[in-house]
Design a protein around this ligand. Structure first.
Ligand code: CA
Ligand code: CA
Length: 532
């Protein structure tokens, strides 16, 4: 039987044809699989399915809490397209703005999130009254700097500028076009849209001190506030560093017309008659003193205090006084998660509570925890320069081991300003635990009493505490003053702090209060005297 003869047989020919077709179909199927169906070879970011999440906690009906590093939720950051654990604080703000029927008032130190800017512009275009107050230091879009100005940037500013380029240069040609600026640079965006906004020079001053608020009011019914500025680094993470997930921040949404009206009052004092017109805006010490105001929000208590106060005001009527009074109520536990801790008087109070059997834990951003002025030093039994300066000179007699710093991802910081007392009461807001916040800046301080609200802070605290480093660094020990007399001598040799120029003092103050902690190594000894 030869081959020719085989092919001549119609049955065999048909079988061969069928076999070839089957082979061809199989080949096509494999081709389709490889071209279209195969999962991507490089899994660059975790997907929602691969992220480990824990059960979300119940929310209080009128006071919702969000944490941008929460492990009970995940989202995809719309700018870096990174899927990560956390609550999307920007989206919470956008959704609230989109729900507005009458008004949107935003007072935020630094405003750089385009999604929020777009939502505000859209609302304004629909006829809703939209107003914005920012800190004058940030009243310039990065795309608005001239090459000369960029060349004069400090290292830190250069870093921020690089992040902006990574964020805004959408077609990666090394240049920020007008179109790109209007997509990613909020200040040109709001100028182009002619959105009503002012900064803290609207009172006719040069804007000394910080307009440090971080709140949004919608329809004078809902207040959204917390520790986060409206920036990539405080909310999602740096554009130039995909590994970052944003500084650890907390955020609350309070649905209460009474609370919202009180925030609107604060906003209106700063706003005056708005852009142009009279210089009737009032910021910082020009605002009237208002003692803490207590509100009943459902079954929760909320105390609101706006900083700053003049130094002539009785300490216990100031924001720091409210913190002190609240710390004094502690019966079981005090947990601190603070960006800055430079208030030795709180150190004394907490030590007294500790001596009464209250459990004390403190986590401070590592860029500030080991500074000479930090109250963490006091808790470690070391003298701090701030302690000396206030004539306190009282480091803890029995130093504790539960004081340290949170090991944030490189590039991220602990930016909270919260305390949790007896797992029932939360102190939070924009107000850093410093004299500077109390006397120089526009700040929000909140005290919230409710277990459902407190549970969110407790969970966040345990997360932070599980990934922390405790005790002072050797450098901090070496550098801490051995006696306050040493500091007085050193100060005389250098010349008193008061002789520094106002400009320099303001710069140092800003360094202390912004989300810009230089590394411990960079700490400038002369900064210590100015740390308040
Ligand atoms: Ca470009
Ligand atoms: Ca200012």
């Amino acid at each position: 039987m030869n081959f020719q003869k085989l092919l001549g047989d119609p049955r065999i020919r048909r079988n061969l044809m069928l076999g070839a077709l089957a082979l061809l179909g199989f080949a096509i199927a494999i081709l389709i699989y490889f071209l279209f169906l195969q999962p991507p070879a490089r899994v660059s970011a975790p997907t929602a399915d691969t992220l480990r999440t824990i059960e979300p906690l119940p929310q209080h009906p009128q006071i919702q809490v969000y944490m941008n590093q929460s492990e009970a939720n995940y989202y995809t950051d719309p700018y870096r397209n990174k899927t990560r654990l956390g609550d999307n604080i920007e989206q919470v703000i956008i959704d609230a703005i989109k729900s507005a029927k009458r008004s949107v008032d935003v007072a935020v130190q630094e405003f750089r999130l385009p999604g929020i800017a777009k939502a505000m512009i859209e609302k304004r275009n629909q006829g809703v009254r939209v107003r914005l107050i920012i800190e004058n230091t940030y009243n310039k879009g990065y795309s608005e700097y001239t090459p000369d100005e960029i060349a004069r940037f400090t290292e830190r500013e250069k870093g921020k500028y690089e992040d902006f380029l990574a964020f805004a240069d959408l077609n990666k040609d090394g240049v920020i076009s007008r179109e790109e600026a209007l997509e990613r640079d909020t200040i040109p965006m709001i100028k182009e849209a002619r959105l009503d906004y002012i900064d803290d020079t609207a009172d006719g001053t040069k804007g000394s001190g910080l307009m440090h608020h971080k709140f949004t009011i919608v329809d004078e019914e809902i207040v959204l506030t917390g520790s986060a500025n409206y920036t990539m680094s405080d909310v999602h993470g740096d554009a130039g560093n995909i590994d970052t997930v944003g500084n650890a921040n907390n955020f609350v949404v309070i649905k209460s017309p009474e609370v919202a009206k009180y925030f609107t009052e604060e906003f209106n004092i700063m706003w005056g008659d708005g852009p142009g017109g009279n210089t009737d805006s009032r910021f910082k010490g020009r605002k009237p003193h208002r003692p803490p105001r207590e509100f009943q929000v459902g079954d929760a208590k909320v105390i609101v205090k706006f900083s700053p106060d003049r130094r002539s005001i009785d300490y216990f009527s100031t924001s720091n006084g409210l913190i002190a009074n609240t710390l004094n109520t502690a019966q079981k536990s005090i947990d601190l998660a603070l960006f800055v801790f430079a208030e030795p008087y709180f150190g004394n109070l907490i030590e007294e509570r500790y001596n009464q059997g209250v459990k004390v834990r403190a986590l401070v951003e590592r860029g500030f925890a080991y500074r000479e002025y930090a109250t963490t030093l006091d808790m470690w039994g070391l003298l701090s320069t701030q302690d000396c300066k206030l004539g306190n000179q009282r480091p803890w007699a029995k130093p504790i081991t539960t004081v340290g710093s949170y090991n944030a991802k490189k590039g991220d910081m602990l930016h909270h300003k919260f305390a949790l007392i007896d797992n029932q009461t939360v102190i939070t807001g924009s107000h850093n635990w410093s004299m500077n916040a109390n006397y120089n800046n526009d700040e929000t301080l909140l005290v919230i009493r409710h277990p459902t609200v407190a549970a969110h802070y407790e969970r966040e605290y345990e997360r932070l505490f599980a990934n922390a480093t405790f005790g002072p660094t050797q450098k901090a020990i070496d550098r801490s003053p051995k006696s306050c007399a040493d500091i007085a001598t050193a100060t005389r040799r250098r010349g008193p702090a008061r002789t520094t120029t106002r400009k320099r003092r303001e710069r140092l103050e800003r360094q202390t209060d912004q989300a810009t902690a230089p590394s411990v190594e960079e700490a400038n000894p002369s900064e210590a005297e100015e740390a308040e």
